[in-house]
Design a protein around this ligand. Structure first.
Ligand code: DX5
Ligand code: ZN
Length: 220
């Protein structure tokens, strides 16, 4: 299991310290939530900031693009240092094309699935991706409540991937904390995004340790 703290909940006045603190605390990746005020009502981080984040850490950068025109901007985020790029398929004219373009540019391609999207709609893309991002909240804001109804879909997607023997990771994103991570991991997710669940706690090392233990069923 990989833990990817979402920096959206970090103290941005001390962003480098915050990043280095979660890295020292045992984070595996860094999740970067990119919002443009169009696809979602919130505005967050652009390529310039990602470029600085890249200089502050060696952790893989997981860019989650919640923007209207990822075809226009994905290359800028990759150039800035994103290793993984997730797109929402309804923002692309031709999602297959967008995903293969991300791979051509040297990043890993991922498709994000909102809580109300039927899996049939993305099943056809499984062979074109390195990861599937299962949203456990509706995109737009940190600190929202986890949507339990997504858990069966995480299991379904995990099963499809195993049946087809595809090298695709399953990531879960939104409302995940030390007290519910066990259910998300048991459902089949292996990359766990957590924003407020980590950055709004006092001791990141202790929180990440608790999350790993909980995921193994050792504590909650
Ligand atoms: C929601 C974002 C998530 C979110 C995670 O639009 O994609 O990554 O910020 O934050 P928490 O863990 O606080 O829900
Ligand atoms: Zn995200």
């Amino acid at each position: 299991m990989k833990i990817a703290p979402s920096i959206l909940s970090a103290d941005f006045s001390r962003l480098k310290d915050e990043i280095q603190a979660v890295e020292a605390a045992g984070a595996d990746w860094l999740h970067v939530d990119v919002m443009d005020g169009h696809f979602v009502p919130n505005i967050t981080i652009g390529p310039v900031v990602v470029e600085w984040i890249r200089k502050a850490t060696r952790l893989p950068l997981d860019a989650h693009l919640m923007i209207t025109d990822p075809d226009k901007y994905a290359s800028e985020f990759i150039k800035a240092g994103a290793d993984w790029v997730s797109i929402h398929p309804d923002t692309c004219r031709d999602p297959s094309r967008s995903l293969s373009r991300i791979r051509e540019l040297g990043a890993k391609a991922s498709i994000a699935v909102n809580p109300d999207v039927p899996l049939e709609r993305i099943e056809g893309h499984l062979a074109e991706i390195d990861m599937i991002l299962m949203m456990t909240v509706f995109p737009g804001f940190a600190g929202q409540a986890f949507i339990d109804d997504v858990l069966p879909n995480i299991t379904k997607v995990r099963t499809l991937i195993s049946e087809r023997k595809l090298p695709v990771l399953v990531e879960a994103d939104g409302g995940i904390k030390a007290d519910n991570i066990d259910r998300v991991v048991r459902a089949g997710a292996e990359v766990i995004v957590s924003g407020s669940g980590i950055f709004k706690t006092q001791n990141y090392t202790e929180t990440i340790r608790r999350m790993r233990n909980a995921a193994q069923g050792l504590e909650r």
